[in-house]
Design a protein around this ligand. Structure first.
Ligand SMILES: Cc1cc2nc3c(=O)[nH]c(=O)nc-3n(C[C@H](O)[C@H](O)[C@H](O)COP(=O)(O)OP(=O)(O)OC[C@H]3O[C@@H](n4cnc5c(N)ncnc54)[C@H](O)[C@@H]3O)c2cc1C
Length: 394
């Protein structure tokens, strides 16, 4: 987006990327359906950026979700709003959008230089790159770093830029997993039997040590070591912070959200005769497969012996989460270049002429199109900032 803003104003732009091709994470984001933005009203949209709301606000004022949708249409790609309010390209794919975008950039004169890994600056202040042909040192009137966070490093964003900026006195908040799964430490039996099984439409409740309550309904995927999926990602920031602060986080799952505690208790108290506990729970409480397995994994023998306790476990099953999955596996990163060290044009105060954009900035948001929207909007703002810096705009 920086390249687009600058090239449209007649600035010569060179894009350097360590990978053999650009936009690999963008393409990956399109794999399960490219959710590029969200149709909700601006105040709640901005709330998704939590503590960084006020820093993201001017970026989205420069390039709003509506402007982003218009921009996609301008590339010849239709969009639609899903039932959840998420906005997708008509075919849900990223590749046609990226292809059209790159075509337009090349037509505007943007040059792409692949397999150029940025390594910082040399003693003369030139940009240092490692390339297959050896090291190159290159000048630039202005530099925009858009190096991504630290998740999915195989797609190019390795976070190797963190020490390069820290050495220059730029404050960077440590990168942490965001929109990530968590480890539980399942028994061998549960892990082997249920990894890959979804828990559909459960209600997750979580209260942190500070007393902040979270409650949300959705789907969870059981993994070999713990849990992941949309519902977990949505609450992963407060859960991650709780584990960092106290060493663990206990969440509570309601396995039968449509039924009251009293009703579940009456159902499980019903005489079960010669039926196994599993078929009793299936016929009376509607629990089956992974739900019953999870109940057996997390509830005690005493719970199973007492209908009142068993009903309470079904309605609020405690699950102790012991660690977030590693950054490399997360959908996105928290942490990055702190907004306090940037001016309103996203230029580093300590390094005039060097701007930062995208996920490498210190913000996080849930999935739902909020990530790409803020990345692209920050690119627009940094591009405008460069135009001001180069005196193309006053
Ligand atoms: C599986 C998955 C699904 C996702 N789905 C969605 C979604 O549906 N909606 C959504 O909004 N977001 C989604 N995201 C998140 C979104 O893709 C990212 O937030 C976004 O791509 C970040 O953009 P960026 O330009 O800041 O960084 P990146 O896209 O990570 O790009 C950074 C670029 O910098 C290059 N680079 C890094 N270091 C160097 C270096 N030293 N020298 C040269 N080049 C370097 C990398 O090669 C890379 O090309 C998803 C992410 C993943 C992993």
């Amino acid at each position: 987006m920086v390249a687009e803003v600058l090239s449209q104003s007649g600035v010569r732009v060179d894009v350097y990327d360590a990978m053999p091709s650009v936009g690999r994470k963008f393409l990956m984001a399109g794999k399960g359906g490219m959710n590029i933005t969200h149709a909700e009203p601006m105040p709640s949209f901005l709330d998704r950026y939590g503590a960084r709301r006020e820093y993201i606000k001017p970026l989205l004022e420069t390039f709003s979700p509506d402007a982003l949708i218009e921009w996609i249409h301008g590339l010849g790609i239709d969009t639609f709003v899903g039932s959840s309010g998420r906005v997708f390209p008509a075919d849900m794919k990223a590749a046609p959008l990226l292809r059209a975008w790159l075509h337009r950039l090349r037509e505007n004169g943007v040059s792409f230089h692949m397999r150029h890994q940025w390594r910082g600056w040399n003693d003369e202040g030139l940009l240092r790159f490692s390339t297959p042909e050896g090291e190159r040192s290159l000048p630039a009137d202005a530099v925009v770093l858009a190096l991504g966070g630290g998740s999915w490093p195989q797609l190019g964003s390795t976070g190797a830029w963190v020490p390069l900026l820290a050495q220059r006195g730029v404050e960077v908040a440590p990168l942490h997993p965001a929109n990530c799964g968590f480890d539980v430490g399942w028994s061998e039996h549960f892990s082997t039997r249920f990894a890959g099984h979804p828990l559909k439409s459960v209600v997750l409740s979580f209260t942190n040590a500070a007393g902040e309550e979270h409650r949300k309904q959705g789907d969870i995927m059981v993994t070999s070591t713990g849990i992941e999926g949309g519902l977990i990602y949505a609450l992963s920031a407060p859960i991650r912070d709780e584990i960092a602060a106290t060493g663990q986080a206990t969440i509570y799952l309601d396995l039968t959200p449509g039924k009251s505690l009293e009703r579940v208790q009456a159902e499980v108290a019903h005489p079960r005769g010669s039926r196994s506990m599993s078929s009793h729970l299936q016929s009376r409480a509607g629990l089956k497969g992974v739900q019953t397995g999870l109940l057996r994994e997390c509830a005690t023998a005493e719970d199973f012996a007492d209908p009142a306790r068993l009903a309470r476990a079904i309605k609020a099953l405690p699950l102790r989460l012991i660690s977030p999955r590693p950054l490399e596996e997360a959908i996105s990163s928290a942490g990055g270049v702190m907004f306090e060290v940037l001016d309103q044009n996203l230029m580093l105060k300590k390094l005039p002429g060097v701007f930062c954009a995208g996920e490498m900035l210190d913000w996080e948001a849930p999935t739902g199109g909020y990530l790409l929207t803020a990345c692209i909007a920050s690119g627009k703002s940094a591009g405008v900032g460069v135009l001001r810096y180069l005196k193309y705009l006053i």
